[in-house]
Design a protein around this ligand. Structure first.
Ligand SMILES: [Mg+2]
Length: 181
């Protein structure tokens, strides 16, 4: 279905609740230690063998729920993991390979006080309705998207200590259902 809205998925925050207390893994999550190339690249100053693997918490039920959402959405990775999300995150969650938003200016400051992803996603969506789950969505992002994107959007803030919860999936599915004629 070419007319499905896009769903932009962040990894750290929504899928990996990195901000939860380190000694207390959130319920339902499993611990993974990963060395994706993007993580190694952030430690250029030390030898690869000394780079400490990244601790990633993932919840297997997220995979199933995202697969269900793909009936309503075209899923895209919108994360600094970029293609590493397909090699490291998707297989663990049982997701197929997903298309990847490739950032132009990751980590830079966005226009009008926005998070750096925001303007790039508006451009990427090219007028198509989209939902976006991220732990970095704030008021300037909502304002910017409302001003620069004419079709419906759902910007869903996800707390990085909690990750995606049942209500997020329900909200996404019901928003998508409002778009259908
Ligand atoms: Mg994040």
């Amino acid at each position: 279905m070419a007319d499905r809205p896009l769903l932009y998925l962040d990894v750290d925050g929504p899928l990996n609740p990195y901000h939860a207390k380190p000694e207390r893994r959130p319920r339902g999550y499993e611990t993974h230690r990963m060395l994706p190339p993007s993580w190694i690249a952030r430690h250029r100053d030390i030898p690869v063998r000394r780079v400490k693997p990244l601790r990633v918490w993932l919840n297997p039920s997220h995979g199933r729920m995202l697969v269900e959402l793909s009936a309503h959405f075209e899923l895209w990775w919108a994360t600094t993991w970029e293609h590493d999300a397909n090699t490291h995150i998707a297989p663990v969650l049982g997701l197929p390979e997903l298309p990847v938003v490739e950032w132009r200016s990751p980590g830079c400051t966005g226009p009008e006080g926005t998070f750096w992803k925001t303007a790039e996603l508006v451009e990427h969506a090219a007028g198509r309705p989209f939902a976006w789950v991220d732990d970095d969505i704030t008021t300037p992002d909502r304002r910017f998207v409302a001003a620069w994107h004419a079709t419906p959007t759902l910007l869903r803030f996800v707390h990085p200590a909690a990750g995606l919860v049942e209500e997020d999936f329900t909200a996404l599915a019901s928003w998508a259902s409002t778009l259908r004629p």
